[in-house]
Design a protein around this ligand. Structure first.
Ligand SMILES: Cc1cc2nc3c(=O)[nH]c(=O)nc-3n(C[C@H](O)[C@H](O)[C@H](O)COP(=O)(O)OP(=O)(O)OC[C@H]3O[C@@H](n4cnc5c(N)ncnc54)[C@H](O)[C@@H]3O)c2cc1C
Length: 404
């Protein structure tokens, strides 16, 4: 890159922990659209990101390749277990098709050919979205970091360093980020993307809107289980998820913040957090061939060992769909836990922070941060560089900070 091409702005990445210490380290990286609602606020982010992932992985930056992020174009399958869910699945297929996706409904009789490990009753059915894909979130974050370090002429990553405060000038514009060790001047702006910690940080910086920020995000602990595939169980070929999983992504629950469902598929259990953990089945095969089985949702931080009751409940739910899992021993399972950043307003927040000119927030992506990351980053850059956002205006509005 010659001097003329160099970005005018340097970038400093600051994290109080090591890379992937938050939710990103726990998420697998399903880039799935099958369970999403085209009328939900994050749909445009999802579609934009879907188009951007292949561009990011085009062989331009040597560190950022399909192999490096463990990209798998395996498609996803949403599973209906009874006649009522099958009806809902057909409605969903029509919605996704209208939104431009290839979405195919298959009767129960055709499912064994598609996914031999899956057990499904005669009234069940499956919705296949062949274009859905997955990455490994940790590998993707590491590859992006290496790419920035190798090619970002003025990129600097500081780990184990807390962002302690924002400095505001007399006009209210934020001029710097302070850590204990240094003051980092913010010429273009500051992006606050602290996952579930975002609200606490902004509440401490902005006393006038502290109450809003304190209530804006909640940590929603999620567990994902990794295990070897039992020898006599066929390989899971696609990304699998039960119909009940889509309740976390419908426009009505997204906006109300409710996680209640009309679906009978999914279960709850109570762990030491006291909050009922909602369990919805997902499964896939990682690039290395291990099985990844999920997942749980409960409003709690990840502070300590993963609750055994939740691990057990995830396995019980999963065995309903994949009976071969009955052979898995607890000692075969490793557990990942992370605090999904849940936005209480029901949609990710990506936009300028009122009362702090120069600050852009990007948080609240709950269980979709890896899926939505490329378009989120693009929108953040649009704000910082004063560009017209590439996303539709209505979508941009739905993602703005909903209070001032
Ligand atoms: C079990 C599970 C499975 C998931 N599966 C998927 C999936 O398949 N697909 C998908 O798209 N998404 C998935 N997700 C969701 C996804 O992981 C999150 O949406 C995403 O990782 C959120 O990223 P983030 O950067 O906003 O937050 P985080 O990854 O939590 O990062 C926040 C960072 O901020 C740092 N920090 C906090 N406070 C400060 C401070 N004051 N100063 C400096 N640094 C600070 C923390 O150390 C942390 O590293 C899953 C999540 C879980 C828990």
């Amino acid at each position: 890159m010659d001097a003329a091409e160099r970005p005018a702005t340097g970038v400093v990445l600051l994290d109080r922990n090591e890379p992937c210490a938050g939710a990103t380290g726990a998420g697998q990286g399903y880039l799935w659209l099958a369970h999403r609602d085209p009328s939900s606020p994050a749909w445009q982010l999802a579609m934009g990101s879907k188009a951007m992932w292949p561009q990011l992985l085009a062989p331009v930056v040597p560190e950022l390749t399909a192999e490096a992020v463990e990209w798998q174009s395996i498609g996803s399958v949403l599973i209906a277990t009874d006649a009522e869910e099958t009806e809902a699945l057909h409605r969903r297929a029509a919605l996704l098709q209208r939104a431009g996706l290839d979405a195919r409904c298959l009767p129960a009789a055709d499912v064994p050919q598609l996914e031999p490990a899956l057990a499904l009753g005669a009234d069940g059915s499956a919705l296949l979205v062949p274009s859905d894909a997955q990455v490994n979130g940790r590998a993707a974050a590491a590859a992006l970091l290496r790419a920035c370090q190798a090619h970002g002429a003025r990129f600097c990553a500081l780990f184990q360093e807390d962002a302690a405060a924002l400095d505001q000038g007399p006009s209210g514009r934020v001029t710097a980020v302070r850590s204990e060790a240094r003051r980092i001047a913010a010429t273009r702006g500051v992006v606050v993307a602290l996952g579930a910690w975002t609200g606490g940080f902004l509440a401490a910086q902005l006393p006038e809107s502290a109450a809003h920020w304190e209530g804006a995000f909640r940590p929603r602990r999620g567990l994902l289980l990794e295990m070897p595939r039992p020898a006599d169980m066929p390989q899971v070929e696609h990304g699998l998820m039960e119909m009940g999983y889509s309740k976390h992504y419908s426009s009505s629950t997204a906006l109300s913040g409710s996680s209640s469902s009309t679906s009978s598929s999914s279960s709850t259990t109570t762990s030491e957090s006291g909050d009922p953990a909602d369990i919805t089945f997902t499964a896939t095969t990682s690039a290395s061939g291990t099985l990844l089985v999920g997942s749980s949702r409960e409003f709690a931080w990840c502070d300590g060992a993963a609750p055994e009751a939740v691990v057990e409940a995830i396995m019980q739910r999963a065995a309903v769909f994949l009976p071969g899992l009955g052979a898995v021993q607890r000692s075969d399972i490793s557990v990942r836990a992370g605090p999904r950043p849940y936005a209480t307003a029901g949609a990710p927040m990506v936009g300028p922070v009122p009362g702090a000119a120069g600050v852009v927030v990007a948080a609240g992506h709950e269980g979709s941060g890896l899926t939505l990351a490329p378009a989120t980053a693009e929108l953040v850059c649009d704000y910082l560089l004063g560009r017209q956002p590439a996303l539709e205006a209505a979508a941009v509005d739905m993602l703005r900070v909903p209070f001032c």
